[in-house]
Design a protein around this ligand. Structure first.
Ligand SMILES: [Zn+2]
Ligand SMILES: [Zn+2]
Length: 295
C-alpha cells in the first residue's frame, strides 16, 4: 500500500488528492507566478466587470487573491512590474473595446435599416370581413342610385346617396388604426439610439429613471472603466514621452551652450590675437608716438 502510494506520488505528485485551495497553499503560489491574475493585482480584472450581462467574459482563468495582491504591492519589485502589467491590461482592454465597437457598428447599421417608415399593421380578419360587407353594400347602393337617376327619380337617388355617404364614413373609421394600434406605431417610430460607451440600445428621450438604470448598470460602468483606463494609460504615456522630449531638448541646449562658450573663448582669443596683429602692424607707430609725446 505504501509502495503504491509512493509510486503514485512520484507519478502524479503528492498534491494529487488536494483540493484546488489546498494545492495553492501546497505550491506556495507567489504573486509573480503565471497563474496569478496581473490585471487584478495592478488595477482591475475585466472578467469581474460584466458578470451576468450580455458582455459576460466568464470567470477569470487566473487567480484573484487579496493576499497575493498585497504581497505584490509590498514587493520591492512592485514599481518595476507595474508598467508591464498595465501594458498587458491595456492590450486586453483595447481588444474588448474593439470587439464592442464592431458590435456598435453592426447595431448602428441595424438602426439605419429600422429607420424606414413604419407601415400600418394589416387589418384583422374580422375587420376585413366587415369591410367587404360594407363595400358590397356601397356598390349595390351606387347601382341603385344610377338606375334611379336614369329613370329621373332624383329625390330617391339623393336619399340613397346620403346612405352611401354614411357607409363611406363607416368604412373610413374601420380602416383607421385603433387607439392601441396607434400607440404601437408610435413606439415603433420612437427613435432608437446606441450608447457610445457600452453599445446598448437606448430609446432616445427615454424616461429619466430608465436612463439612470442604464448608466448605473454593470455593462455601462464596466465599459466606462475599461475606456477610462485606456485613456488614462495613453495620457500618462504621452506625458512621459513629452517629459523625455523636454529633458532631451534641455540636454541639447546645455550642450549647445557649453559649445558656444568654448567657441566664444576661442573667438575672443583669436580676436585678441588679431588686435595684437593690428596693433603691431598699424597702430604701433601711433602708440609709440603717443607714448613718446607723453614722456
Ligand atoms: Zn483576472
Ligand atoms: Zn451605456
Amino acid at each position: 500500500m505504501d509502495a503504491q502510494r509512493a509510486l503514485l506520488d512520484e507519478l502524479m505528485g503528492s498534491a494529487r488528492n488536494l483540493t484546488e485551495e489546498e494545492k495553492r497553499g501546497y505550491k506556495e503560489v507567489r504573486w509573480d507566478d503565471k497563474e496569478v491574475c496581473a490585471f487584478y493585482m495592478v488595477r482591475f480584472c475585466p472578467h469581474d466587470l460584466f458578470v451576468n450581462t450580455r458582455s459576460d467574459l466568464g470567470p477569470c482563468p487566473r487567480i484573484h487573491d487579496l493576499k497575493l495582491k498585497e504581497s505584490f504591492e509590498s514587493s520591492p519589485r512592485h514599481d518595476a512590474y507595474v508598467p508591464k502589467f498595465e501594458a498587458e491590461l491595456v492590450h486586453f482592454c483595447e481588444k474588448l473595446v474593439m470587439d464592442l465597437d464592431r458590435r456598435v457598428r453592426r447595431g448602428r447599421e441595424r438602426l439605419a435599416q429600422d429607420a424606414e417608415p413604419v407601415t400600418p399593421a394589416p387589418l384583422s380578419t374580422e375587420k376585413s370581413e366587415q369591410l367587404s360587407v360594407l363595400e358590397e353594400k356601397i356598390k349595390n347602393l351606387l347601382e341603385q342610385v344610377e338606375a334611379l337617376g336614369e329613370s329621373g327619380k332624383v329625390d330617391e337617388a339623393e336619399a340613397l346617396m346620403r346612405k352611401v355617404e354614411v357607409l363611406n364614413l363607416e368604412k373610413t373609421t374601420l380602416t383607421q388604426p385603433t387607439q392601441s394600434e396607434k400607440v404601437l406605431m408610435l413606439a415603433q417610430e420612437k427613435k432608437m439610439a446606441l450608447c457610445e460607451i457600452c453599445g446598448s440600445f437606448l430609446v432616445a428621450n427615454d424616461a429619466a429613471e430608465r436612463v439612470q438604470s442604464h448608466i448605473t448598470g454593470k455593462q455601462h460602468i464596466g465599459y466606462g472603466m475599461v475606456r477610462d483606463f485606456i485613456a488614462e494609460y495613453k495620457a500618462a504615456k504621452e506625458k512621459k514621452r513629452e517629459e523625455e522630449r523636454l529633458v532631451r531638448e534641455k540636454e541639447a541646449e546645455e550642450r549647445r551652450k557649453s559649445k558656444d562658450k568654448e567657441f566664444d573663448g576661442q573667438r575672443s582669443e583669436l580676436r585678441d590675437r588679431g588686435r595684437f596683429v593690428e596693433l603691431r602692424q598699424c597702430d604701433l607707430p601711433f602708440i609709440i608716438d603717443k607714448e613718446e609725446r607723453l614722456r
